[in-house]
Write a protein that binds this ligand. Structure first.
Ligand code: KIV
Ligand code: ZN
Length: 518
C-alpha cells in the first residue's frame, strides 16, 4: 500500500543538472554524486540520458551496477532507439525506470516537432507501451506541459496512463508558472485521472520560483518532486532538492506530507557536487550555503546565544552542517566575542573582554571576518594595528611560470621579520604557486600544508580575493588577501595564514579546544 502522504524525491542532478553549462561530469564524478544521493535515500536517481552519448550510456550503466537502494532511471526521447538505449544501460540495475518525453505545447508541436496533436497522442501511446516491454516502471513527461492547452494536456496524460505509464511528470520546462496556477493544474489533472499513477512535478527556476512552484504542486496533489542538488539544471536550474526537502520537513504542519530523505546527508551531498563540478556553493544559498547558519549581527548573535531558535528555524546539524557558526565581524557584540574566546579555551574576565573589545572592532574593520587565530592574538595581546597578524611581511614574489621540459617550476620569495631579519629563498614545486608556498614555509619555519585555497575573481572591482586554510601540525589557520593578480592573492593569503601560526607559536599559547569555525 502506498502512503498517500509520502512525497518521492526524484533526483535529476546527474541528468538535467549535468546538462547545464559548467556542470558536466565524468563517470567517476557521477558515481561520487550517485553515492551521495544513495546516502540521502532519494527514491529515484535519474542517472543520465543513455542515448545522448556513449559516455552518458556508460555512466548510467555504471550507476545501475554500483548503486543499490534507489530506483535508477534513464531519460529517453519518444523513439524506439532511445528506449532501447535506456533499457540496455539500465540492465544491471536492481530497480529501474525509463523516463520518456515528448513536447505537447503548441510551440513544441509546430516549431520543433512539426507534428499534429493526433500524431503526438498516437506516439505517446506507442512509446509508453514499447517502454513497458522492457520495464514495469515507466514515467512519461509531456514537455512544456505548463504552456500546453489544458484539455489537450489531459488527453496526453490519459494516453500515457492508458498505455501503462506509472508516473506522470508535468514539467514547467521554461520556468513560467506560478504557485497558484500549478496547484490548480495538479488539482485538475489528478481529479480527472485514475488514482493508481503518481503525479510528479518538474520545475525550472527561470523566474526564481522553482521551489515554490514544486511545493505548490504538492499542495495540488503531486507526490513526486523532480529536483537537483544545489538546484542545478538547464539555464537557471531546477528545483533545489535541499530546499524542497527542508521546506516539507520544517513546515510539515502546513504541507502535511513527508519524504524519506536522510536530511543530515544534505550538506555532504551538496559539498560532494560542488567539489566534483568545481562550482562552489554560493555563500548565501539556502540550507547549505556558508551563511545559512552563520550570524554576524550583534543582536542576532546575542539572541542565538540565549536561545538559537530566536533566529534559526532549523538546526545546522539537522542538514549535516557541523555546527552553527557565529561569524565574528564588525557587527558582532561582546557576548559573541566572549563566547568564542571561552570556546577557544580561554578563561578571561569580563574586564578583559571590555579591554580587548575596541581592538577587536578595529581589527574587524580591516578584514571581513575575525578568525579564531585573530582572537587568540587579541587575547594574548599581540595584534598589529594594521590588521596584520604575525611577524612576517612579504617583500618580493618572483614566480617562474615559463620553464623548459626538464626544469621544475620555482619561486623566489623575499620576506622580512618584524625584528629586521630579511630572508630570500628559492624553491621548486609542482607549480609556481606550490613552489611559493614551500618557499614561505622554508623562510618562516612554519610547516604549513594547504588544505583549502579559494580564489574569487571580482570582475567589477578588478581584484582577486583569496582565502587559504593551512594545516600546521594538526591545527588550522586561515588567511585572507586581496590582490590584482591571482598568484599574488594566493601567496598573500597563504602568508597571512602562516603568519597566524607563527604568531601563535611565538605567544606560547596552546589552544585547548577550537570552537565553531569562523
Ligand atoms: O524540463 C523538462 O521539460 C525536462 C523533461 C525532459 C522532463 O527536463
Ligand atoms: Zn528539465
Amino acid at each position: 500500500m502506498t502512503d498517500k502522504n509520502h512525497v518521492k524525491i526524484f533526483d535529476t542532478t546527474l541528468r538535467d543538472g549535468e546538462q547545464a553549462p559548467g556542470f558536466s561530469m565524468s563517470t567517476d564524478a557521477k558515481l561520487i554524486v550517485a553515492r551521495a544521493l544513495a546516502a540521502l535515500n532519494v527514491d529515484i536517481i535519474e542517472a543520465g540520458f543513455a542515448a545522448a552519448s556513449p559516455g552518458d550510456a556508460a555512466s548510467v550503466k555504471t550507476i545501475a551496477a554500483e548503486i543499490d537502494g534507489p530506483i535508477i532511471c534513464s531519460l529517453a526521447r519518444a523513439n524506439a532507439g532511445d528506449i532501447e538505449a535506456a533499457a540496455r544501460a539500465l540492465d544491471p540495475a536492481r530497480k529501474k525506470r525509463i523516463h520518456t518525453f515528448i513536447g505537447t505545447s503548441p510551440l513544441h508541436r509546430d516549431a520543433k516537432l512539426k507534428m499534429s496533436k493526433g500524431q503526438i497522442i498516437d506516439r505517446i501511446g506507442e512509446i509508453v507501451a514499447f517502454a513497458r516491454t522492457f520495464v514495469d516502471d515507466v514515467e512519461f513527461s509531456p514537455e512544456d506541459a505548463i504552456r500546453t492547452e489544458r484539455d489537450y494536456l489531459l488527453e496526453a496524460v490519459r494516453a500515457a496512463i492508458g498505455a501503462g505509464a506509472t508516473t506522470i511528470n508535468i514539467p514547467d520546462t521554461v520556468g513560467y508558472t506560478t504557485p497558484e496556477e500549478i496547484t490548480d493544474l495538479f488539482r485538475f489533472l489528478t481529479a480527472n485521472s485514475p488514482g493508481h499513477v503518481t503525479f510528479s512535478t518538474h520545475c525550472h527556476d527561470d523566474l526564481g520560483m522553482a521551489v515554490a512552484n514544486s511545493l505548490a504542486a504538492v499542495r495540488g496533489g503531486a507526490r513526486q518532486i523532480e529536483c537537483a542538488i544545489n538546484g542545478i539544471g538547464e539555464r537557471a536550474g531546477n528545483c533545489s532538492l535541499e530546499e524542497a526537502v527542508m521546506a516539507l520537513s520544517v513546515r510539515r504542519d502546513f504541507f502535511g506530507v513527508s519524504t524519506q530523505i536522510e536530511t543530515t546527508m544534505l550538506y555532504p551531498a551538496s559539498v560532494a557536487l560542488a567539489r566534483v563540478t568545481h562550482n562552489p556553493i554560493p555563500r548565501n544559498k539556502a540550507i547549505v550555503g556558508r551563511n545559512a547558519f552563520a550570524h554576524e549581527a550583534g543582536i542576532h548573535q546575542h539572541g542565538v546565544l540565549a536561545d538559537r531558535r530566536t533566529y534559526e528555524i532549523m538546526e545546522a546539524e539537522s542538514v549535516g552542517v557541523p555546527s552553527n557558526a557565529l561569524v565574528l565581524g564588525k557587527h558582532s557584540g561582546k557576548h559573541a566575542v566572549a563566547a568564542r574566546i571561552k570556546a577557544l579555551g580561554f578563561d578571561v574576565s569580563q574586564r578583559k573582554i571590555e579591554d580587548l573589545f575596541p581592538d577587536f572592532k578595529h581589527l574587524a574593520d580591516t578584514c571581513r571576518e575575525v578568525t579564531d587565530a585573530d582572537l587568540v592574538r587579541l587575547v594574548t595581546g599581540n595584534a598589529k594595528t594594521d590588521g596584520r597578524i604575525g611577524p612576517w611581511r612579504m617583500r618580493k614574489t618572483e614566480l617562474r611560470v615559463d620553464f623548459e621540459e626538464d626544469e621544475k617550476p620555482f619561486a623566489r620569495i623575499t620576506m622580512e621579520h618584524d625584528n629586521g631579519d630579511r630572508r630570500t629563498v628559492t624553491h621548486e614545486g609542482e607549480g609556481p604557486i606550490d613552489a611559493a608556498f614551500a618557499a614561505v614555509c622554508a623562510i618562516t619555519g612554519v610547516p604549513g600544508a594547504i588544505s583549502i585555497l579559494d580564489l574569487h575573481h571580482v570582475a567589477s572591482e578588478g581584484v582577486v580575493r583569496a582565502e587559504a586554510v593551512i594545516d600546521v601540525e594538526g591545527e588550522s589557520f586561515a588567511g585572507k588577501a586581496q590582490e590584482v593578480d591571482i598568484a599574488d592573492a594566493a601567496v598573500a593569503a597563504f602568508v597571512a595564514a602562516v603568519n597566524q601560526a607563527a604568531a601563535m607559536r611565538a605567544s606560547g599559547v596552546k589552544r585547548v579546544k577550537v570552537g565553531a569555525g569562523a
